[in-house]
Design a protein around this ligand. Sequence first.
Ligand code: M6R
Length: 613
Amino acid sequence: MCGIIGIVVSKGAIKERLGSVLRKCLKNLEYRGYDSVGFAIINWNNELIVRRSKGKIDEVSRKLGFDDYDGHTGIAHTRWATHGKPSDVNAHPHIDCTKKIAVVHNGVIENYQELKRELLMKGHVFTSETDTEVIAHLIEEYKKKGIGTYEALKEAIRHLKGAYALAVIDKDEPGKIFFARNTSPLVIGIGKNEGVMFIASDIPAFLEYTNHVIVLNDGEIGFITSSQVFLEHINYGIVNVNERIRVVDWTPEMAKKAGYPHYMLKEIHEQPLALSSTLAGIGSEAHKLAELIASSKYVYLTGAGTSYHACLIAEYLLNDLVGIKATAFIASEYGRFRKSIARNDLLIAVSQSGETIDTLMAVRRAKNKGAIIAAISNVIDSAIPRESHIAVYTRAGPEIGVAATKTFTTQVLLLTWIIIKAAEIKGELSPKRTSEMLDLLKKIPDIVNTTIRITEPSARKISSEIALKTNAYYLGRGLAVPISMEGALKLKEIAYIHAEAYPAGESKHGPIALVEEGFPVFFTILSDEYKDLIIANIEEMRARGAWIITVAPKDHEKAFSISSFAFKMPRLEYWAETIPYIIPYQLIAYYTSITRGYDPDKPRNLAKTVTVE
Ligand code: M6R
């Protein structure tokens, strides 16, 4: 939620104007929120210029002339509103009464009302409804004691409760960006050229300029100049910066659209590559997790949204292939298991970003109870992996589209690999059977490639009819249920069509009441024990006039003969079908969104990474 970028440059270090670099970097963070945009620049005359407005980056930067501003120190922000509606006054940066201090923030200050009351009593004047504005006034207030901006920020931090990633500039101390992190992500980018330093919410922001990064931890605070990083922990003192620098192997191209009209389409098409990279990256940590699973009595899995759907697939496979009791739960519903999660239970936390606050909080709570935490994530060194005992990475490359696509299929591939290995360690699968299954997984990138090629024209064709609908059901049995849930989520979030997923057998217990002539019902059929049983469910829907769209193995003639539209899929073993069978649903959602005139990369009300509970 919300994207932050800050840059300090020395004279001549970059050719472009600072405003233009800030705008470009901010654009790479647009997936984090896009309801309003703003920047603050200290120009070469050491004047502070602040511009902000409601709207998306392209429109706002044209309106405010972002690219025309130059200077040596700048911060910018793209917002996803939490406190105060999207508006010009609520857009960041927020400034203090002296108009010297500018603050951008990602997170939520839980005690802002209390702080605001105190500051109002001291005569401060507020101009927005945001929680962020208190930070600018708090720093101003502490500076009155005669201390510098950094010390004032430290004082302010001690009074803040909640989540924050902060970047602050002060006209009184030009050439520095002060920062602090608690729960919300923040990374420093060490410019390849001397004399340029970055701070941002996420690495893709500055990838064009550097891949040398420091991922900040909770409780860390400091400042950057154009040539120096000062970093300390609020409680434990100074941090050795050199020991913290990491080199990431992402390229800027990986974070750009590469000729596709949208990131989402690019990321759908990138899946064969991403899946190959997941397989190639499997190493000792994945083996360790398989061993941990094999020695566990009970396994919990948690995540949010798409990552939760990957957990559901893993839950099913843990039961089916390893014979281990497993329960997947939605991270924000941790309370259901508060009492039962015990010391040494294994909790697998799945999160693309590694920063989703619901998942992070579930991890922290389970860890406090003595559980062993394993993270499956796409972002190296993000909060969830860092707070886990073991971290295994999907290595899908940066995902910018708000709708998760390649990160879902790579999560499922990685979890399936680990679970097969755990089954072998536990003696549930022979070494021969294990290597047969792992061989099939190795073919998945190619199978997905073919699936995209074959299903894309049909998905595009059917989307013009789906675009006219207002509701849809996604039904399946067994492992096809989480696939249906993921298909329905995709259609909801980017095409804004109400879509619900149910176990097909459950549909006759209520949902079928809504079905009338032309009501779209998607059936997912895998090569499992349910493949014939589900025919009766299709017939029930058909008898009530439903428009049946079926995604099933290509030789399932019976299913196709009673469907209005068919996606003929490769026949594999059921547990390997989960990955290719989601592809038509990703494509249907994408093309339906386009047909309805929406931007699938920036669905309304959503942000790529949800860092508020
Ligand atoms: O980064 P995470 O995997 O933790 O994100 C979890 C969800 O917010 C995410 O999957 C969300 O549901 C996506 N928009 C789905 O496409």
